[in-house]
Design a protein around this ligand. Structure first.
Ligand code: 5RP
Length: 218
């Protein structure tokens, strides 16, 4: 079975978590795109969505879903988003699509975070996927030097500007055995906007598409 088909299974299963006439948070990426399409195909009636990226906003609007500002929406019941990696405690690496800052904000503002992915994303130890870090442009080289001191191998994701006007560094060679501690440590570096580690606020539910159907971890 292809990865896309597995993503489709996870996205379809996540629709069951959405209650009609509520405001939900919507993440970013190919799995979330399938979710948005599935919501539209099922003619789901929601009050609106708070989006984590310009790309998801455009897709939601194309399907005639109302997109609301987080400042107007208050606390959200539910946030659904993909991930680049998850461990079994549902701590995540995110930001492959450069939307990590708004994703982290909407996840923080939501009571429940449902993560959807194909089963290749489940790992024993986080860090095989390069860790994305959003940085203020003028701090890029400084942050990169600090990351080297921590044993990482930072690479500037050239030609990518985030929705917030910032840049992305991808950090390779990190074996992340203490995700909560590392998230705190990296957050302290001046110029770091957001670390793509979602460990202090992990997912509450992980829905994986697998060869044999959907597997749910919580
Ligand atoms: C975007 C993200 C995505 O959730 C992550 O990259 C997974 O994407 P996909 O669903 O395409 O595999 O964090 O910033």
């Amino acid at each position: 079975m292809s990865a896309d088909r597995k993503k489709q299974l996870a996205a379809a299963a996540a629709v069951e978590y959405i209650r009609e006439d509520t405001i939900i948070g919507i993440g970013t990426g190919s799995t979330v795109n399938l979710l948005i399409d599935e919501m539209a195909a099922r003619k789901l009636r929601i009050q609106g969505a708070v989006s984590s990226s310009e790309a998801s906003t455009a897709r939601l609007k194309r399907h005639h879903f109302e997109v609301l500002e987080l400042n107007d929406a208050g606390e959200l019941d539910l946030y659904i988003d993909g991930a680049d990696e998850s461990d079994r405690q549902l701590r995540l690496i995110k930001g492959g699509g450069a939307a990590l800052t708004r994703e982290k904000i909407v996840a923080a503002a939501s009571r429940r975070f449902v993560c959807i992915a194909d089963d290749s994303k489940l790992v024993d130890v986080l860090g095989k996927f390069p860790l994305p870090i959003e940085v203020i442009p003028m701090a890029r080289s400084y942050v990169a030097r600090e990351l080297v001191k921590l044993g990482g191998y930072p690479i500037w994701r050239e030609n990518v500007v985030t929705d917030n006007g910032n840049q992305i560094i991808d950090v390779r060679e990190l074996r992340i055995t203490d995700p909560v501690g590392l998230e705190s440590k990296l957050n302290q570096i001046a110029g770091v906007v957001t670390v793509g580690l979602f460990a202090q606020r992990p997912a509450d539910v992980l829905i994986l598409g697998t060869e044999s159907g959907v597997q749910t971890l919580s």
